[in-house]
Design a protein around this ligand. Structure first.
Ligand code: GLU
Length: 439
């Protein structure tokens, strides 16, 4: 395959959430797999809704996920290119001015529906003469512009959905330019995809219906259409869309809840595919397995519980280097290897660091036994074998042996293996805690 060029094209009108980063992830994984280029394109032509703080947030969220880009473009910087493409389409008769008001269009739609006919735009504006247009404009009407669809069946081979066809004869000519001169996304997107040499458009299934008209726009502008891959949307456990809960499923929110970016990526890459959801220790593992042919057609069910579980399972396999920078005071690899298997989120590590470093208030269950145990602590140096040697000298077995010791040494009922924790706690603190002292 020639090196692909792809783009992720969010509108900076809100925060990224699990629904829209799935497209970003697949674009990124696909480019990495095939040595291509990932472009971040900000679809910010809607000036009233686009905000620079959302642009900043989008970039921060993508970088947090590990999805970096080779090039960044803003549609608001490219208006001149859209103007030129608009003129080219007007010159070839593919873009024509219309003057109907929304009320007039609505009336016609309803009339067609009442007659049991599809509510397709009737192209009345194509029949206007120059004199008609001059008169309408002198009445204060400003034109909006529609793309004249060729009445043909558009076909493409979707990498996810397989062979697709849309009969454009039954579609309304799409509006590409509003009456205030601003452009609609479906047009600016095609102009940019041509300009940037986009080879693959990887996006959500909600855009499938745009693809037929867009393919015709590519052709009308003298370009070949890219390859399309439309990913099924994510739904919640009830089968509903995720958009309602997008707030709580924003990337920023997951990050604040101490969810691992790798867990988010691993879940989104595998959900609804033929491959099992499994924790990965690096994005590279997902790069190796990305394959559109393995993405199912059905909507993928996203569940926060599954993410929480995968998050824990991810932590359990992460090497120290992967988390070191995010742990306070560099607690050391031995600490990490001791505690990672007990973490639900990385934030939980702080509690275990307190246990190891102290001071903590020991919980005393059986003072006599514990004071005796304190006298039997072997001399340092300590290692993984110390716990076994120590506990075999105390004359008890099972819960009666381990429970009071764990409570005194860690002040917790459960936790990582004591054999690993004990050397980290060290003799001085262990002895003090067994004697009921804060240490
Ligand atoms: N700005 C569009 C969106 O966020 C991009 C769609 C596309 O990838 O073509 O839905």
């Amino acid at each position: 395959m020639i090196a692909p060029i792809v783009r992720f094209a969010p509108s900076p009108t809100g925060l990224l959430h699990v629904g829209n980063i799935r497209a970003a992830l697949f674009n990124w994984l696909f480019t990495k797999r095939h040595g291509g280029t990932f472009i971040l394109r900000l679809d910010d032509t809607d000036r009233s809704r686009s905000k620079s703080e959302f642009e900043v947030a989008i970039e921060r969220d993508l970088l947090w996920l590990g999805l970096d880009w080779a090039r960044k473009e803003r549609q608001s910087d490219r208006i001149g290119h859209y103007d030129a493409a608009r003129e080219a389409l007007i010159a070839t008769g593919r873009l024509y001015p219309c003057y109907e008001t929304p009320q007039e269009l609505d009336f016609r739609r309803k009339r067609l529906l009442a007659q049991g006919r599809p509510p397709v735009y009737d192209r009345a504006a194509l029949k206007l003469s120059d004199a008609d247009r001059t008169r309408l404009e002198s009445e204060g009407r400003r034109p909006y512009w529609r793309f004249k669809l060729a009445s043909e069946e558009v076909r493409w081979d979707d990498l996810v959905r397989g062979p697709q066809h849309i009969d454009e004869a039954s579609q309304s000519d799409p509006v590409l330019v509003r009456d205030d001169g601003t452009y609609l996304y479906s047009f600016t997107s095609v102009v940019d995809d041509i300009a940037f040499g986009i080879t693959h458009v990887i996006r959500g299934e909600d855009h499938v219906t745009n693809s037929g008209a867009q393919i015709q726009m590519f052709q009308a502008l003298g370009a070949n259409a890219p390859v399309f891959a439309h990913l099924p949307l994510l739904v919640d456990a009830t089968g509903g869309g995720l958009s309602k809960r997008a707030g709580s499923l924003a990337v920023a929110d997951l990050r604040e809840r101490s969810i691992e970016a790798l867990a988010v990526c691993a879940l989104l890459a595998r959900l609804g595919t033929a491959d099992p959801v499994e924790p990965v220790a690096a994005l590279d593992t997902l790069v190796e397995t990305i394959d559109f042919a393995r993405v199912g057609r059905a909507a993928a069910r996203f569940s926060e519980e599954e993410l929480a579980q995968l998050n824990a399972r991810t932590l359990h396999i992460l090497p120290y280097e992967a988390v070191r920078a995010r742990l306070a005071q560099d607690p050391g690899e031995a600490f990490w290897l001791a505690v990672r298997g007990n973490l639900v989120t990385l934030a939980d590590a702080a509690g275990w660091a307190d246990v190891v470093r102290g001071p903590i208030e020991p919980a005393i269950e059986d003072a006599t036994f514990l004071t005796d145990a304190a006298t039997k602590l072997p001399p340092e140096p300590w290692d993984d074998t110390t716990w076994k040697a120590f506990t075999s000298t105390l004359g008890r077995k099972g819960r009666a042996l381990f429970h009071p010791l764990r409570l005194a040494l860690t002040a917790r009922e459960t936790g990582p293996e004591m054999a690993k924790l004990l050397p980290l706690i060290g003799r001085a603190k262990a002895e003090a805690r067994l004697r009921g002292q804060r240490a």
